[in-house]
Design a protein around this ligand. Structure first.
Ligand code: HEC
Ligand code: HEC
Ligand code: HEC
Length: 99
């Protein structure tokens, strides 16, 4: 009985938390498919609009586990940036996939 009450309290606390602050994003994500790709989420969020990546009204999790998902989002934007003359967005393999 006590356990159940505690569980309900925890669930309610979680909903309140999400309700007030929105889903929380990490400052940094890393992927370990081929070496390690580090994605500095906070830095990207400062340099561009959230909507550059988040097409939903309320930014939510974006699945990145396959090469297609990673390259369709990350690499294609970096290639566009390069075409526009921004060399700070890496397009060569080893700049993203670090050993
Ligand atoms: C350059 C692309 C990009 C930009 C710009 C960006 N995000 Fe994200 N965001 C992502 C990706 C990719 C993920 C998923 C990371 C993962 O889980 O692997 C994500 C995840 C999130 C999540 C979900 C966290 C979770 O795990 O539930 C939230 C919330 C979020 N972002 C909010 C924001 C906000 C707010 C901004 C603007 C200040 C922003 N993002 C800018 C790419 C971006
Ligand atoms: C909508 C465009 C866009 C998307 C999507 C995007 N980036 Fe970038 N990224 C940039 C730009 C622009 C820069 C250069 C920022 C600057 O001017 O310093 C950059 C810089 C970087 C850098 C070098 C700076 C650093 O943080 O070390 C890495 C690595 C990087 N991005 C990884 C990623 C990964 C991984 C993803 C996908 C999860 C991603 N990016 C998605 C636009 C993008
Ligand atoms: C802008 C960053 C970026 C650049 C540049 C980049 N990749 Fe990726 N790549 C990713 C992301 C993100 C993923 C998906 C997450 C993961 O699997 O590590 C990925 C996934 C992959 C995978 C699948 C790994 C696995 O085990 O699922 C391969 C293979 C790959 N990339 C090869 C390359 C090659 C070859 C190049 C150079 C032509 C390259 N990548 C350039 C970001 C990048």
């Amino acid at each position: 009985m006590e356990k159940k009450v505690l569980l309900i309290a925890l669930i309610l606390a979680q909903f309140t938390f999400i309700g007030i602050s929105g889903a929380l994003a990490a400052d940094q994500y890393s992927y370990t498919g081929k070496g390690t790709v580090t994605f500095n989420h906070a830095e990207h969020g400062k340099k561009m609009e959230c909507s550059a990546c988040h097409t939903e009204e309320e930014p939510a999790q974006i699945a990145i586990s396959t090469k297609k998902e990673g390259h369709d989002l990350c690499l294609s934007c970096h290639k566009d940036e390069k075409k526009k003359g921004n060399k700070a967005a890496p397009t060569s393999c080893s700049q993203c996939h670090k050993k």
